[in-house]
Design a binder for this molecule. Structure first.
Ligand SMILES: C[S@@+](CC[C@H](N)C(=O)[O-])C[C@H]1O[C@@H](n2cnc3c(N)ncnc32)[C@H](O)[C@@H]1O
Length: 348
């Protein structure tokens, strides 16, 4: 069984540690499963999700190479206000954030293409601060390509990438730095975690920070459900392709036989849970086999499979949750419609 490396189709990141073309300025640690036993554990979440009612899958399985590219296309869609809005906030306030934080080491969870991160990198550069950047992402191909590009754009930047899940990366030892750490988790990716997972991750983030260190969290806020549902049901069908690509990723990774045309994308807002729920509906009764997991799964006609939630937050509630894990909010940045929030927290 291949290790959990969604980008293994163009797998630039293959070893446990690689030095990039940037020489001393680029290191990439790969924390993905190296042994067959570890790799089998990776599929355990698929077995669990497909054998529990109602069926669900972890959103990390969206992100093979194609999934990462489709996500980039989503960020440019007219209906997908999230990226545009968070970008505008960063454009307006990155210099203020850099001024508050000072020279630091920036660790970013779920960094993807680091497009919005560049506003922070620019602000730190303009302030004359040296910076070490630690992007963390399960999508190894995207992480390495981005890191190589950043070395060109920022000639004095040092990049230490970590290919792995958030929890693995947060407990991974990194070289010490004389500067405070800033952990960034933007893009409202926190909203993809259920409340209990969210609390666990926030507590883990807090535990890795020293008093005085910083946490920058970007979250989508509650708003008109029509705006929300449009954002996840775009007219060009890119979100649908992104959603169904999860099945082709599972086919490749676990030798499955999902027939994509027999499934359909659906996204609805659930006001009781303040979350958009993204489903893959089975269009007919069917049986799917994932050979490498020794798994046979039956779907009933119209049976839904939950592939992602996207929670919409209330600033007051979230601030309380952050305070409870010793990460009090010191400043909130938002847009004119208060659609998106960027919260700067400092470890108490
Ligand atoms: C919603 S995208 C956000 C990307 C980028 N931060 C942005 O704001 O546009 C989520 C990113 O997190 C990564 N990701 C998803 N689940 C992950 C996990 N469990 N551990 C590490 N990275 C993960 C994905 O590969 C993807 O790049």
């Amino acid at each position: 069984m291949p290790p959990f490396n969604p980008s293994a189709t163009r797998s630039q990141v293959t070893g446990s540690q690689v030095q990039g073309a940037g020489g001393d300025r680029l290191t990439i640690d790969c924390l993905l499963a190296a042994t067959t036993a570890e790799a089998q554990e990776d599929g355990a979440d698929v077995v669990m999700g497909l054998t529990t009612q109602p069926k669900s899958l972890p959103p990390k399985y969206f992100y093979d190479d194609l999934g990462s590219d489709l996500f980039e296309q989503i960020t440019a869609l007219p209906e997908y206000y999230l990226t545009r809005t968070e970008t505008a906030i960063l454009q307006a306030y990155a210099a203020e954030i850099a001024g508050l934080v000072g020279p630091c080491e920036l660790l970013e969870l779920g960094s993807g293409s680091s497009t919005k991160t560049r506003y922070l990198l620019n602000a730190f550069r303009q302030a004359g601060y040296s910076l070490r950047y630690i992007p963390v992402d399960v999508s190894g191909g995207m992480l390495e390509a981005t890191a190589q590009q950043l070395l060109i754009e920022y000639p004095s930047l040092v990049v230490h990438g970590v290919v792995g899940t958030y929890d693995a990366a947060l407990s991974h030892p990194l070289p010490t730095s004389p500067y405070p750490r800033l952990i960034a988790f933007i893009g409202s990716t926190l909203g993809n975690l259920a409340p209990v997972e969210c609390q666990t991750l926030l507590a883990q983030i807090s535990a890795t920070l020293q008093p005085g260190d910083y946490f920058l969290l970007g979250v989508d806020l509650e708003k008109d459900p029509t705006v929300l549902e449009l954002a996840y049901n775009d007219s060009q069908g890119v979100t649908a392709a992104f959603n169904l690509n999860m099945l082709s990723h599972l086919n490749w990774r676990f030798h499955g036989n999902f027939q994509l045309h027999q499934f359909q994308h659906r996204a609805v807002y659930n006001p009781a849970a303040s979350q958009v729920e993204i489903y893959i509906d089975s269009l007919q009764a069917q049986t799917v086999t994932l050979q490498r997991l020794n798994l046979v799964v039956n779907f009933a006609q119209d049976e839904p499979l939950l592939s992602e939630i996207s929670r919409k937050f209330k600033l007051s509630t979230l601030s309380e949750e952050l305070k409870a894990v010793n990460l009090p909010v010191i400043k909130v940045f938002t847009d004119k419609n208060a659609w998106f929030g960027l919260l700067l927290c400092q470890k108490a």
